[in-house]
Design a binder for this molecule. Structure first.
Ligand code: FE2
Length: 481
């Protein structure tokens, strides 16, 4: 079926007054580089072998209308480390959308701030710009709307091609799948606000075959962004931040947060079955930390979910009235570490905010994903009009007590990824890695911290030959392919 013709660029008008994402921290870069034997200040630890990779939006062509940070073509930046030496590579993800733009010599589709042709089954360009996952020896680039995974080569980050798991995937696969370290399975969701079902959930086996894929009935196209897993369950977050169907039918994207509506946490048996929903007060969650199964003192089975929770994700006041709370256009970013405990016997839910410092992009030791953990590393959100991280926090997630490290004056970091020490027996035995920008010198460093003592500052600083723009999600690929 032919897609409806998108509106001509001259017909595009912004739905809101929006900022530029091509300046300062966010400014794109134009070249693809390969730099070896990078300068290292300090010493890269023995045992740290693999690749730190980050997915960024980086528009290849000027957008044909007002743009959002979320719109840019996917570009992956990576630092590969072996035997104490580091190299840097960056590449565009060669998506079908980018290929079409390259053939046309311009960006063919407008971004999410612009209207689209009503009835277009997928009006957005699948950019693979959001997240990366290492599964079964493959590095995959993913998009926040359920898109096509693309496999990348290491260390160069060249695009190998689309990955459909031998033809078994049967649809899209959104950012933020989870790899169960015990079974090797990739547990994923696929999300599309433009048609029913809005949400599908599935599993790819350790051998790389999609073995389960099921529709999940939801009443409205909620803005799904992340899931969590336990040994038995896939945890779904159906929260009252919703794409408005009437607007979508008119070719306009608008997200509304329904303060008056409860949200739902769903437990779905991993390989399929009925979802059991637990009602919670209205809130929004972009990213989970971890989840696990347990038992209350009275013997009731429980599921605990840790996440960064936002009480009020769509602004209800003017930005000038709260200028220190960051925004990304229509999104207000003021999240805090939070714990829900679901009682599977009574259906009761207990919610507890664990800290009062705003953080996002939380990470933990992925070797412990789905089982009880007590540690997490979070970028700390700076008081600024846009999203910026001015330090990192190593959390005791039982108590909410955090050890802080603040980057230097004028420096801003990215996601804080954990890399385990080979043979580690405790969950925090390893390193935390993040890109840190210093805009005054237009260069980026990969900083490496001892995960057990981030307050001591970085133990190694890898000097990159260029600035890496503020990006989305980072990942640690533990071995070079
Ligand atoms: Fe995300």
């Amino acid at each position: 079926m032919l897609s409806p013709t998108p509106p001509a660029p001259s017909a595009l008008r912004p739905l809101l007054n929006i900022a530029s994402y091509d300046e300062g921290l966010y400014a794109r870069v134009d070249d693809e580089r390969d730099d070896v034997d990078l300068e290292v200040i300090g010493a890269l630890p023995e045992g740290l072998r693999g690749a730190f990779v980050q997915a960024n939006p980086n528009p290849r062509f000027p957008p044909p209308g007002p743009s959002h940070w979320f719109d840019g073509d996917g570009m992956v930046h990576g630092v590969s480390i072996t035997d104490g030496r580091a190299s840097y590579h960056n590449r565009y993800v060669q998506t079908a959308g980018l290929q079409a733009d390259l053939e046309a010599g311009r960006a063919l589709r407008a971004g999410i701030m612009c209207p689209f042709a009503p009835g277009d089954p997928m009006p957005d360009k699948d950019t693979a710009n959001t997240d990366l996952v290492w599964h079964g020896g493959k590095l995959l680039a993913l998009w926040w709307l359920g898109g096509q995974p693309y496999r990348l080569a290491l260390p160069t980050l060249d695009t190998v091609g689309p990955e459909d798991f031998g033809g078994t995937l049967g649809g899209g696969l959104a950012a933020h799948p989870k790899v169960d370290p015990r079974t090797g399975e990739l547990i994923f969701f696929d999300y599309n606000p433009y048609r029913r079902p809005f949400l599908e959930v599935g599993v790819v086996s350790a051998a790389g075959v999609c073995t389960a894929r099921a529709e999940v009935e939801t009443p409205a196209p909620s803005l799904f962004h992340d899931i969590a897993i336990t040994d038995q369950y896939t945890i779904l977050l159906d929260l009252p931040m919703v794409w408005e169907p009437e607007r979508l039918a008119r070719g306009q994207r608008r997200v509304r947060f329904h303060h008056e509506r409860p949200g739902r946490i769903g437990l779905m048996p991993r390989h399929g079955g009925e979802v059991r929903w637990f009602e919670i007060p209205a809130c929004y969650v972009y990213h989970t930390v971890n989840a696990w199964e347990g038992v209350e003192e009275d013997g009731s089975p429980t599921v605990t979910l840790l996440a960064c929770r936002i009480d009020d994700p769509i602004p209800r006041v003017l930005h000038k009235d709260e200028p220190e709370i960051p925004r990304l256009e229509f999104l207000r970013l003021h999240p805090f570490l939070y714990r829900w405990t679901l009682n599977l016997r009574t259906g009761a839910v207990r919610g507890e905010q664990l800290d009062d410092v705003p953080t996002e992009f939380p990470r933990m030791n992925n070797d412990r994903l789905g089982v009880r953990t007590k540690r997490a590393w979070h970028p700390r959100i700076a008081k600024a009009p846009t999203l910026q991280f001015d330090g990192l926090i190593a959390y005791d997630t039982d108590s909410g007590v955090g050890q802080h490290h603040t980057y230097g004056e004028g420096q801003r970091g990215g996601e804080t990824v954990f890399a385990p020490r080979p043979g580690a027996t405790t969950e925090d035995d390893g390193w935390v890695l993040t890109f840190v920008n210093d805009l005054r010198e237009q260069r980026t460093e990969l900083r490496v911290f001892d995960a057990q003592d981030v307050t001591a500052g970085p133990i190694a600083r890898v000097r990159l030959p260029r600035r890496v723009p503020m990006g989305f999600h980072s990942h640690w690929a533990p071995a070079l392919a």
